[in-house]
Design a protein around this ligand. Structure first.
Ligand code: ADP
Length: 399
């Protein structure tokens, strides 16, 4: 069985073609600058990467190029597009109704269209990706996998904000949570490598990338998470502020005359590590500048590390202790200094890591960095959202 996984962003389309019998990725790549020129990087294991700059007017044009490449004489990995058995889509937001991964139907598309107002950045490209598939591969079943659905079992007091209840009931303003596919994958994976049923485990998963979120997983279910109504809430991120006193927003609007959109842009695109350091949104550059003694880079790192610690501590409190702590995504998988600083002085909570293992970790595989004798197991688990999407697609496409 071959499954194509698509992840559509506002001007990008990422794809991976899986052979589900072997679990191997046959080809993967990224289409960029959709609607403003175009570029595609296509990778096939064991072959040279292919790069081209076609004109991508829309997501449909990009998908057409991807399908052509997959069967083209030079870059072929399948003989015919008909060999693709199903398509799985990453959809950031499933709103209140799409609580689980689901087969795509007309009514699912219609519902996703109704929630575009609460998912303005990711909703339209995801819908465009689904519609492009319907047009180019009409007989191929499609499955939508939502970042939010891992949180559908959260209890009301963890997702209702303490603002007038009407806003929840009528406007659907609540915590939704994001990165759910990643948290679901790494929590299942850590249970597997520890060798215990996930139903027995309390886990905190730290997905630390450009966007970052932390989730409390109790018995395999996400019970709480740092991101909220949008992916803006929580810890400081590459360019996002994470949680700030909401009065900062109104104060900026009142005193500086900013529009709502301008403040949103400041908090979304000019804040976080970039905003504090003034250097970069990329943790590597900030770590480098911090090591050279740059005060604002050091400050940005401290804010990030302290934020992560606070969430871990609060989730340990919510679950009355944890069995495992997981680091994943770009920063979590690679930045040993951040892991070390986050886990420093947490022995009270049972979290202690082996500094040597943390520094000499193996990349790309689950890696145990627990100090011998520590009560909590701490692991680096490479995330694989695409594989999770492919698996859900395999399970649901032919129901
Ligand atoms: P996204 O949320 O865009 O998927 P990633 O998960 O790729 O982001 O994470 C990006 C972050 O991870 C950046 O801050 C970057 O500095 C960090 N990162 C990625 N790769 C490495 C690496 N090899 N070494 C250190 N940091 C890395």
């Amino acid at each position: 069985m071959k499954i194509l996984v698509l992840n559509a962003g506002s001007s990008s389309l990422k794809y991976q073609l899986f052979n589900m019998e072997t679990g191997n990725v046959l080809a993967k790549g990224t289409c960029e600058r959709i609607g403003a020129g175009g570029a595609i990087t296509h990778k096939v294991p064991g072959r040279d990467n292919f790069y081209e700059e076609p004109d991508f007017k829309n997501h449909g044009a990009a998908l057409k190029t991807v399908l052509e490449l997959l069967v083209s004489k030079e870059h072929r990995v399948i003989e015919d597009v008909n060999e693709i058995d199903a398509v799985g889509h990453r959809v950031a937001h499933g709103g209140a109704k799409c609580r689980q991964s689901t087969k795509v139907t007309e009514s699912v598309i219609k519902y996703l269209e109704t929630i575009v107002p609460i998912n303005p950045l990711h909703g339209p490209p995801a819908i465009a990706g689904i519609k492009a598939c319907t047009e180019l591969m009409p007989s191929v079943p499609q499955v939508a996998v939502f970042d939010t659905s891992f949180y559908s079992d959260m209890e009301d007091f963890r997702y209702v904000y303490p603002i007038p209840y009407d806003f929840y009931e009528n406007d659907k303003i609540r915590r939704y949570g994001f990165h759910g596919t990643s948290h679901r994958y790494v929590s299942a994976e850590v249970a597997r490598v520890i060798g215990r049923p996930i139903e027995e485990l309390k886990i905190v998963t730290c997905h630390l990338g450009n966007g970052s979120s932390i989730t409390a997983v109790d018995g395999g279910k996400a019970i709480d998470t740092s991101m909220g109504f949008t992916p803006q809430e929580g810890i400081a991120m590459g360019t996002r502020s994470g949680t700030v006193d909401p009065t900062v927003v109104t104060y900026l609007m009142k005193t500086k005359g900013y529009t709502a959109q301008e403040v949103e842009d400041i908090l979304n695109k000019k804040s976080g590590l970039l905003g504090v350091s003034g250097i970069s949104n990329d943790c590597r550059n900030i770590a480098e500048a911090a090591a050279e003694g740059n005060y604002r880079a050091q400050l940005a790192m401290k804010i990030l590390i302290n934020g992560i610690k606070k969430y871990i501590g609060s989730y340990v409190a919510e679950m009355n202790g944890i069995d495992a702590l997981v680091f994943t995504a770009g920063i979590g998988e690679n930045q040993m200094d951040i892991r070390r600083e986050v886990c420093k002085n947490m022995s009270y909570l049972g979290i202690e890591i082996d500094e040597d293992k943390n520094a000499n970790f193996e990349r790309g595989v689950p890696f145990n960095i627990t100090k011998s004798g520590a009560r909590v197991q701490t692991w680096i688990i490479p995330t694989d959202e695409e594989y999770m999407i492919a698996n859900d697609t395999k399970r649901l496409a032919f129901e």
